[in-house]
Design a protein around this ligand. Structure first.
Ligand code: 5GP
Ligand code: MN
Ligand code: MN
Length: 340
């Protein structure tokens, strides 16, 4: 059992109950009905078979799959782009990263898959892993090899770490945003893959050209407020230096954790809102069209923040696939994006 690998003197992990496969008799209900949704947003089984028009972009949002998905047990609907907001592994081993990549590759009906890490992907946080690997793994693994696997996976898999990506039907533009933390910090971000490292199936892109929306900009970050000392944790009150690098023209923001007050309630902890306050502050400036995240499994669902009296809004999507008991029962959330 995973708790046994923690030495008693080490900080304890959050309560967990990992299950390797989807249980045959789930004891928790699947949340297909999550209340009223904004137009063009659906819980997967309720989405119309087709987009409103061919030139719309269908995005499927998932998160926190924790290696519970495989090609057979978790159907993902057809879409133009999939976004995964982190915690794709159980304990961040290279083998678990491999398993996730393998599953992504099996999604041949989705040409682009944008992925960010979460606190469970310990192998992907270099500084953290150097210091804490023994708390998670029996032998030290190769950080660079794991990152390279994600970056060179091909099959339209895009791994982002504090950087952005522009969805474009003809070509995919890739731009890095350096996380410039204070000089005292030793944490560094990883280097992004160059655009030419991406092995996009160009025939699929060309076919999709008429159905693609150009110019939606995604920016993604794995960082979240500290909780039990996991990867990509930062002390509350110090995340401002990360969020200031979210470009102001971001359309789709992906972070592993929620902003304060949106999909961030932990019912077991006195209904506490545990989302990041500084992320909410940055949202008020950037005002992306969509903010996709996970991490707080209990917060699965959609909410909307209205700006300037409702003239525009940010739709917050907590796409946690796994429930609080780490069962993959929550359905993907689908967004149909109009031409920009
Ligand atoms: P994970 O281990 O998958 O990152 O997080 C899973 C669960 O840990 C969440 O669903 C939530 O119950 C708990 N959790 C994560 N971060 C926090 C936090 O900042 N505060 C509290 N109280 N619980 C958290
Ligand atoms: Mn998490
Ligand atoms: Mn999680």
């Amino acid at each position: 059992m995973f708790s046994s690998i923690f030495k008693s003197s080490e900080p304890k992990p959050p309560p967990q109950n990992f299950r390797g496969t989807r249980p045959e008799e789930p004891t928790e209900p699947s949340k297909e009905d999550i209340g009223p949704l904004p137009p063009n947003i659906y819980v997967a089984p309720n989405a119309p078979a087709y987009k409103p028009a061919p030139n719309w972009l269908r995005m499927v949002c998932i998160s926190d799959t924790h290696n519970t998905t495989d090609a057979n047990n978790y159907p993902i609907p057809e879409a133009d782009i999939l976004v995964h907001a982190g915690d794709f592994t159980k304990m961040g081993t290279t083998a678990q990263v491999d398993q996730f990549i393998c599953w992504l590759k099996s999604l041949t009906h989705i040409p682009i898959k944008v992925v960010v890490a979460g606190n469970h992907e310990v192998i992907l946080d270099k500084e953290f892993y150097e210091q804490h690997w023994h708390r998670f793994h029996t032998t030290k693994e190769d950080y660079q090899a794991a990152v390279d696997k994600l970056k060179s996976a091909g099959h339209g898999i895009i791994y982002l770490n504090n950087e952005s990506y522009t969805v474009d039907g003809a070509k995919l533009l890739h731009k890095k945003y350096q996380k410039q933390k204070k000089q005292s910090s030793t944490k560094k971000m990883t280097q992004p893959a160059g655009a030419d490292a991406m092995d996009i199936d160009t025939s699929a892109v060309v076919e999709l050209r008429d159905g693609w929306v150009e110019g939606y900009r995604i920016w993604a970050s794995p960082w979240q407020p500290e909780y039990w000392e996991w990867a990509f944790n930062e002390v509350r009150g110090k995340l401002k230096d990360i969020w200031k690098h979210i470009p102001e023209d971001t359309d789709i923001l992906m972070t592993h954790g929620p902003p304060k007050y949106h999909g961030d309630i932990v019912p077991e902890d006195k209904e506490l809102h545990v989302g990041c306050e500084e992320l909410l502050e940055r949202l008020k400036v950037v005002r992306p069209l969509y903010h996709v995240f996970g991490h707080i499994h209990q917060g699965y669902g959609v909410s909307e923040i209205e700006w300037d009296g409702g003239s525009h809004s940010t739709v917050c999507i907590n796409a946690s696939t796994c429930t609080e008991r780490y069962r993959p029962l929550n359905q993907p959330i689908i967004v149909d994006l109009p031409p920009k």
